[in-house]
Design a protein around this ligand. Structure first.
Ligand code: FES
Length: 79
């Protein structure tokens, strides 16, 4: 499996809406970070769905090294 590309070394703060699905880019190649734009094709990596349970701000992982996908777990601090 291909290793993901680091999109940025900090999370993306996104205001999500209750009941809406968001597709987090796991490969790091999307031009629409932190979300998938289809560029992962052929990488062996796939986007991950995040379904919002309520309206809130979510911190999506930008470095793609998180152990809590698709959310930031602070892994970028070790890069
Ligand atoms: Fe990165 Fe789809 S573009 S997972």
């Amino acid at each position: 499996m291909t290793e993901p590309v680091i999109a940025q070394k900090e999370p993306y703060a996104i205001d999500v809406k209750a009941g809406k699905s968001y597709w987090w880019c796991a490969c790091g190649q999307s031009a629409k970070q932190p979300f998938c734009d289809g560029r992962h094709k052929g990488s062996g990596l796939e986007p991950l769905e995040y379904k919002a349970s309520k309206d809130m701000t979510v911190w999506f992982c930008g470095c793609k090294q998180t152990g809590a996908s698709p959310l930031c777990d602070g892994a970028h601090n070790k890069l």
